[in-house]
Design a protein around this ligand. Structure first.
Ligand SMILES: NC(=O)c1ccc[n+]([C@@H]2O[C@H](COP(=O)([O-])OP(=O)(O)OC[C@H]3O[C@@H](n4cnc5c(N)ncnc54)[C@H](O)[C@@H]3O)[C@@H](O)[C@H]2O)c1
Ligand SMILES: O=C(O)C[C@H](O)C(=O)O
Length: 329
């Protein structure tokens, strides 16, 4: 194989998402079946031994695309030459906790990591923040990396997007692959707004196919928005395999593009589109091509949607103000 390997850094590599993620990166699902990768695993000192165990298992898979694994507790080493960074390591929410409770605990992690990305990553670095509160952690990391173009910092709402597709497919009896143009707006939190007004079910408008406003408002939206909490309640631990799968989807789509006629949802720095204040990392409908994303423009936002988008954006503004108050941005 002659292609230069892509350096992929994963933080929190010894955690439950890390365990579900690394094997899929190494087997080519993140970037493509012909793209060799080198993995850099960042952990805190207590996590290094477990990360070594995972690396032993990765070796034992003899993945043809995996060209090396480095393990470190030093962000400066972990992000050296990184092309893709998956910031997973954070404190997960446990029963009864709201994501906002995690702001100060996790803020301290993302500022030094942002600085290390700024100082050491490759020029084409793409960052996905998974660790919660993902949007605001992405904002913290981005603020600490003034030399990296702001749009390279993204937050994961693809799990919400996939959850919404699955719920809509179940309601309409359509195949998952028949659902297109679904949008998650706002924060990866209970205020997020899964929007079906522009979505399609087998080529027909999803809201018209559903034709059930009560289901939309009282079942669909809360089920998607509170799915993380429902998983925690059921499993006694936050979602892991589905989160890892969504992280793979997010980066794969960013790098390899959206399908013709479809779009996806990504938490990205707002350019002011749809009335979302510039700079906030909020989820939008985006198309991806040639390793870049663009916000889908010109969608008509009805009053029902407007109220919900505004509520989630307000929460993002409050989180931003809180981390500003803590000196994290
Ligand atoms: N955006 C989403 O859709 C989404 C979905 C699921 C989970 N999450 C979040 O992802 C994060 C990770 O979840 P998990 O279940 O893997 O948690 P986990 O506790 O199993 O693993 C987290 C790992 O991160 C490590 N870690 C902590 N601080 C670190 C640091 N400074 N540098 C490197 N590693 C560090 C820990 O040692 C641990 O191994 C949580 O914040 C969780 O809430 C987000
Ligand atoms: O909800 C959580 O805290 C975990 C994760 O963000 C999820 O959506 O499953």
């Amino acid at each position: 194989m002659t292609r230069t390997p892509v350096n992929v850094t994963v933080t929190g590599a010894a955690g439950q998402i890390g365990y579900a993620l690394l094997f899929r990166i190494a087997s080519g699902h993140l970037l493509g079946a012909d793209v060799p990768v080198k993995l850099r695993l960042l952990e805190i000192p207590q996590g290094l031994k477990a990360a070594e165990g995972t690396a032993m298992e990765l070796d034992d898979c003899a993945f043809p695309l995996l060209q090396g694994i480095d393990i470190t507790d030093d962000p400066n080493v972990a992000f050296e030459g990184a092309n893709v960074a998956l910031l997973v390591g954070a404190r997960p929410r446990t029963k009864g906790m709201e994501r906002g409770d995690l702001l100060s605990a996790n803020g301290g992690i993302f500022k030094p990591q942002g600085k290390a990305i700024n100082d050491h990553a490759a020029d084409d670095i793409k960052v996905l923040v998974v660790g919660n509160p993902a949007n605001t952690n992405a904002l913290i990391a981005q603020a600490a990396a003034p030399d990296v173009p702001a749009e390279r910092f993204t937050a994961m709402t693809r799990l919400d997007h996939n959850r919404a597709i699955s719920q809509l497919a179940a309601k309409t009896g359509a195949a998952v692959s028949d659902i297109k143009r679904l949008t998650i707006w706002g924060n990866h939190s209970a205020t997020q707004y899964p929007d079906i007004f522009h979505a399609e079910v087998a080529g027909k408008n999803a809201a018209e196919v559903v034709n059930d406003q009560a289901w939309l408002a009282d079942t669909f939206i809360p089920t998607v928005a509170k799915r993380g909490a429902a998983i925690i309640e059921a499993r006694g631990a936050s979602s892991a395999a589905s989160a890892a799968n969504a992280a793979i989807d997010h980066v794969h789509t960013w790098v390899n593009g959206t399908a013709e006629g479809d779009w996806t949802s990504m938490g990205i720095p707002s350019d002011g589109s749809y009335g979302v204040p510039e700079g906030l990392i909020s989820s939008f409908p985006v198309t991806c091509k040639d390793g870049k994303y663009e916000i889908v423009q010109g969608l008509d936002i009805n009053e029902f949607s407007r109220t919900r988008i505004d509520a989630s954006v307000k929460e993002l503004e409050e989180e931003r103000d809180a981390v500003r108050g803590l000196g994290l941005i």
